[in-house]
Design a protein around this ligand. Structure first.
Ligand code: NAP
Length: 266
């Protein structure tokens, strides 16, 4: 089996990554960073995001497993002390694949520029470069509202514990193929009105954001930051592709939520 390792880049992660590589090669696994079947990330959840985008063109052929060198993560659950165990699992046991939904974002332009398609593991955010974001929001082909405010965040279920949570969005179990739209400081008064609550859309519902004015936008796709001009629309929906995780032991989502945000009672 071909494997690759993506490290966060700090000394601790690099040392651990080198150790994992040596161990796996001792088991006759082949280090190959172009077409790996399994990608081991060493760092944190952010490292997984970087690794996913590095291999996004091979989403159906690549499985990820994460080792955390900082705090316990949502995507990185193996500790540095457990890497020998993890290596033996990777080398010796056929792994189970767990798939989580991704967000598909299609940006279309007012000029002749070709549309661009992105996949997000966590979310896409849209903000105006200057002033409030003003956009019509269509859901499943119908005008839903005109949003005015700081921005909008469209997240996946696994991204619901990230930026979305900071915006007061709900935590969604990743077995539900859905996307969530959360507002960033919407303007609500007698003139302007938005729903004010996060919305959860099922797989077959598309959200289309249409700018009212031809202004520039900041769009993020996970950690990636894009400056976008002449935007006609931004379409968000559940992607057909899924991110694949290699699972060697149970990793219950609600336990991760509890461990990350609540912890043990004294
Ligand atoms: P960063 O700003 O360096 O780190 C963002 C933090 O979010 C890190 O602690 C990261 O965990 C954590 N994180 C990432 N994915 C998560 C998930 N699915 N559930 C819970 N926590 C998660 O940026 P980055 O490392 O490049 O990550 C980009 C992400 O930052 C974006 O996708 C967005 O979700 C998040 N973000 C959050 C806010 C906010 O909460 N106000 C604002 C902007 C961006 P690790 O330490 O394990 O890497």
């Amino acid at each position: 089996m071909k494997f690759s390792i993506i490290s966060k880049g700090d000394q601790k992660s690099n040392t651990l990554a080198a150790k994992i590589r040596t161990y796996l090669e001792e088991f006759d696994l082949q280090y190959e960073d172009q077409t790996p079947e399994i990608v081991i990330t060493v760092g944190g959840d952010g490292t997984l995001l970087h690794a996913f985008h590095h291999y996004a063109h091979r989403v159906n052929e690549t499985a990820f497993v994460g080792v955390h060198t900082g705090h316990l993560g949502f995507f990185a659950d193996w500790t540095p002390e457990e890497v020998e165990k993890l290596v033996i699992h990777i080398a010796k046991t056929p792994f189970q694949i767990v798939e989580y939904p991704l967000l598909e974002v299609t940006v279309r332009y007012l000029d002749d520029m070709d549309e661009k398609r992105y996949l997000a593991v966590n979310e896409c955010t849209v903000k105006s470069v200057e002033g409030s974001l003003v956009m019509d929001v269509d859901i499943k082909g119908d005008r839903f509202e005109t949003f005015r405010g700081d921005g909008l965040c469209m997240s996946t279920p696994s991204g619901s514990t990230a930026y979305n949570k900071a915006l007061g969005g709900a935590i969604i179990h990743p077995s539900l193929p859905s996307i969530q739209i959360a507002e960033m400081a919407s303007i609500n008064n007698r003139v302007f009105r938005t729903i004010g609550s996060p919305l959860v859309l099922p797989q077959h519902h598309t959200c289309l954001l249409k700018p009212i004015n031809n202004v520039d936008f900041h769009i993020t796709i996970d950690h990636l930051f894009l400056l976008q001009k002449k935007v006609k629309s931004i379409q968000c929906r559940v992607a057909e592709e899924k991110i694949r995780f290699a699972r060697f032991r149970p990793f219950p989502f609600w336990k991760r939520v509890k461990d990350s945000f609540i912890g043990e009672r004294e």
